[in-house]
Design a protein around this ligand. Structure first.
Ligand code: EPZ
Length: 418
């Protein structure tokens, strides 16, 4: 059994270089199979979701070289057009390979990704979009099989600005013989990064970052080197650690524009936040103000992935805060764990009422997804006593060296293998 042990002591002080973005590198790795050559990605985070994605690329026929945070993918020979169930079930976001495999091989099959700790993770928007683009999609026995006979120009209007569905359409359309426009597209920075990477390979895509994206398919893409954007959610996590311990934390190698909604909430909590060209620094003051209402929304609204970290911070704020979770059905699983630490949180469906308490206390707590795991570590930083955070495998999915970075900021933290 492995756990992260934290003894809540003084303030975090110092700076941390932020890792590459998990949610940018995964679609970018899927995109590498669109180039029948060698593609290089720099600033890839060393996390387990990347390891699983590399296993999928190898299964498809790619040759992989990894040198520190650089990954080189040789996709000259693609020998499979399906993802085996054991790999699919290890990482539900492998659905992001669907569009790219069809674009390269004109066929694709994989099992349904199924739900996860955050609740059901349907893919109806992905399927609806691919059907509109002329893909023949059959579903049955938990499997989805796709076959492309003829491309169709299409305008795809997403019922919800789904990040994954937007990315799948971009990956499908980049290497195609059709013109696609996506309306109500997701606007996350990771979508812009994918557009920049695909265009670097020779694609003709415009509009990423807005809700209308246009794709003029091309017949061939070419080798390219790309640097993955920083992880805005990891940055938010460390800033929350600074705030909850009354410290001073600077996150470096970031793009502050990628998480303006988070820094704005930290200011609303009464914290001093300084933003530079490639850094954000929070100088906390010990009185954390409560916030009347935070709603999670698609970008540029407050990101659902940063919600757990803010929930930990508001657990020790002065006053009562309300959080409305609009993206996932089960993002509040962490509340039960924080309550074990002395938090006063009432959840009812998508709403959490957080009455700030003076202090949190150590308790054995269990991560239920990667963001709740990191948020429990954040809470433990200010809790009295020795907290043990279990299910560290969730944290490893998206955070590179979380405990080492926090230790370097002065936390009394270690990873223990029992
Ligand atoms: C991406 O997930 C991220 N994952 C998530 O980060 C992030 O929370 C989410 O976008 C929202 O920003 C990756 O990029 C790998 P969605 P994705 O499709 O693409 C519903 C993390 O912690 N929906 O935008 O799966 C869905 O159920 C992870 O880093 C449909 O109903 O998110 C959800 O309620 C967690 N039908 C909402 O839309 C569909 O076909 C948002 O989903 C697709 C989605």
């Amino acid at each position: 059994m492995e756990y992260i042990k934290v003894i809540g002591e003084g303030p975090l002080l110092g700076s941390v270089d932020i890792q590459g973005s998990k949610n940018a590198v995964l679609p970018a790795l899927a995109a590498t199979i669109l180039n029948e050559g060698e593609t290089v990605l720099h600033n890839c985070p060393d996390i387990s979701d990347v390891k699983i994605t590399l296993d999928i690329l190898k299964f498809l026929g790619c040759k992989i070289k990894k040198e520190n945070h650089t990954i080189i993918v040789d996709a000259k020979n693609i020998v499979n057009n399906y993802i085996p169930t054991e790999l699919m079930t290890k990482m539900r976001s492998s659905i992001i390979f669907l569009g790219a495999i069809i674009a390269r091989t004109k066929e694709a099959s994989m099992c349904f990704p199924g739900g996860c700790e955050l609740g059901p993770r349907p893919i109806d928007l992905h399927i609806k979009a691919l059907k509109a683009l002329g893909v023949d999609v059959t579903e049955g026995n938990g499997y989805i099989k796709c076959k492309l006979d003829n491309y169709k120009d299409a305008q795809v209007h997403l019922d919800f600005p789904s990040v994954g569905a937007t990315e799948n359409i971009m990956l499908f359309g980049a290497l195609s013989d059709c013109v696609i426009s996506i309306e109500n597209a997701a606007r996350e920075p990771e979508i812009e990064d994918l557009q920049n990477f695909l265009n670097g390979m020779g694609a003709k895509i415009s509009g990423a970052g807005s809700s209308s994206i246009r794709i003029n398919g091309v017949k061939k893409l070419h080798d390219f080197e790309h640097t993955i954007i920083p992880d805005r959610i990891a940055a938010a996590t460390y800033l929350c650690g600074g705030v909850i311990t009354g410290g001073c934390v600077e996150v470096k190698k970031v793009n502050p524009n990628h998480f303006g909604a988070v820094t704005s909430v930290l200011r609303e909590c009464g914290q001093y936040v300084e933003e530079g060209k490639d850094y954000v620094c929070v100088k906390a003051n010990n009185k954390i103000k409560s916030i009347d209402l935070i709603r999670t929304l698609p970008h540029p609204g407050f990101p659902t992935d940063a919600q757990s970290g803010i929930l930990s911070v508001l657990s020790v704020a002065n006053g009562t805060s309300i959080i409305k979770e609009n993206i996932f059905q089960q993002r509040f699983k962490i509340a039960d764990e924080l309550i074990k630490m002395g938090a006063d949180i009432n959840t009812d469906g998508q709403v959490a009422v957080v009455k700030g308490v003076k202090k949190l206390y150590a308790s054995p707590v269990y991560a239920s997804d990667l963001r709740s795991g990191a948020a429990l570590v954040v809470a433990a930083l200010c809790a009295e006593g020795e907290t043990k955070v279990f299910n560290t495998h969730f944290i490893d999915r998206g955070y590179e060296n979380l405990h080492i970075n926090l230790k370097n900021l002065g936390a009394n933290i270690e990873r223990v293998k029992e």
